[in-house]
Design a protein around this ligand. Structure first.
Ligand code: G3H
Ligand code: ZN
Length: 280
C-alpha cells in the first residue's frame, strides 16, 4: 500500500522508534528493499534523489515502477514513495503530480527566510494532494565538501520558528551527521536532537545514517529521531559483492545474474538496520 508518511512517522514518534528510509537506484534495488521489508512486516520509505529519478527515466517511471512492484509482488506493508533532497519547488511539484506520497524540499543552502519561503510553497501544494513534506534546516553536508562544521548545525529556536511557519510534517536537522563516508570520529549532538524534538513536536529525520554505529543510532532514536536515511552503506555492500562475483565468474555476462549478486548484501543490511530501529 502506497501512503504518505503521516501515520507511520507519527506512530514512530509516539512510540519512540524509527522508520527506515532506503534510497532506490533501479528496479532491482526497489525490489530487494520491498521484498525484505515485506518479509519482516516493516513499513518502509523509498527515497529517490533527483539524480536517481533522472537515471531511471523520470518521475512517472519511478512512481509507476514502485506501484507496479507493490502490486505484482503483493507487497503488504505501508510503503512511502519519497522525493529525497528536492532542490527546487518545481521538483517537488513534479513528484507530487507523478504520484509520490512524500517529498523533501531541501533549501538548506539558502538563508532561512528563503528556505521558509520555498518550503511554504511546497507545503501549500502538497497539502492539497495529501502528500507529506520534509524539510531541512541547518545544513547536512558531507565530510568531503567540508560542511560538517558546528556553524551549520540547526539552532533550536530557529527550528521552532521554521516548523511553526512552514507547517512541515518532519524536519531534518544538522546535528553532526554527514552524507557519505565519515572519515573522522562520528559525534552526534544528542542533546540538540532532544531539544529540537521537544520544541518542534514533529518527527525528526537523520540524514547520512550509513555507518553510524548501532549504539549511536539507537541513542539518536531515543533522543527523538523517527526516520533514518541510509544509502551509501547499501551501495558499498552491493558494489563489493558484485565486484567479487565478476572477478570469480569472468564468463558470466547476463546482467540479471551480475546485479543480483548484490542482493544478499542489501537484504542483510536492511534486516540489521530494521532490528536496530524498531521498538522490539
Ligand atoms: O538522503 C539520503 C541519506 O541522507 C543517505 O545518506 O548516503 O550517508 O547513507 P548516506
Ligand atoms: Zn540526505
Amino acid at each position: 500500500m502506497l501512503e504518505n508518511s503521516k501515520n507511520i512517522l507519527n506512530d514512530a514518534r509516539m512510540n519512540n522508534y524509527a522508520i527506515a528510509h532506503f534510497n532506490i537506484n533501479n528496479l532491482e534495488w526497489t525490489r530487494f528493499i520491498l521484498e525484505e521489508c515485506d518479509r519482516l512486516k516493516t513499513p518502509v520509505i523509498l527515497g529517490v534523489s533527483e539524480s536517481a529519478i533522472d537515471y531511471m527515466g523520470g518521475y512517472y517511471t519511478v512512481a509507476n515502477l514502485v506501484k507496479s512492484l507493490i502490486s505484482d509482488l503483493k507487497i503488504n506493508i505501508p510503503v512511502i514513495l519519497h522525493l529525497d533532497h528536492g532542490k527546487k519547488v518545481e521538483s517537488c511539484i513534479k513528484a507530487i503530480d507523478a504520484g509520490f506520497t512524500s517529498v523533501m524540499i531541501d533549501a538548506s543552502t539558502y538563508p532561512i527566510t528563503e528556505n521558509i519561503r520555498m518550503t511554504k510553497k511546497v507545503v501549500e501544494y502538497a497539502k492539497k494532494h495529501n502528500v507529506t513534506v520534509e524539510a531541512e534546516l541547518g545544513h547536512v553536508g558531507s565530510e568531503a565538501d567540508k560542511s560538517l562544521i558546528p556553524e551549520l548545525y540547526t539552532e533550536v529556536d530557529a527550528a521552532k520558528k521554521f516548523v511553526e511557519e512552514t507547517k512541515i510534517d518532519s524536519l531534518a536537522p544538522a546535528i553532526g551527521n554527514a552524507h557519505g563516508l565519515y572519515n573522522g570520529k562520528i559525534e552526534l549532538d544528542f542533546e540538540r536532537i532532544k531539544e529540537i524534538a521537544k520544541i518542534t513536536n514533529v518527527p525528526l529525520v537523520l540524514h547520512g545514517a550509513s555507518y553510524i554505529p548501532d549504539d549511536m543510532l539507537k541513542k539518536a532514536v531515543k533522543s527523538g529521531i523517527n526516520k533514518v536515511n541510509i544509502n551509501t552503506e547499501l551501495q558499498i555492500a552491493w558494489a563489493n559483492d558484485v565486484k567479487s562475483f565478476i572477478e570469480q565468474n569472468q564468463d558470466i555476462y547476463d546482467p540479471r545474474k551480475i546485479i543480483k549478486a548484490g542482493e544478499k548484501a542489501i537484504k542483510s543490511i536492511i534486516k540489521q538496520k530494521l532490528e536496530i530501529l524498531n521498538r522490539n
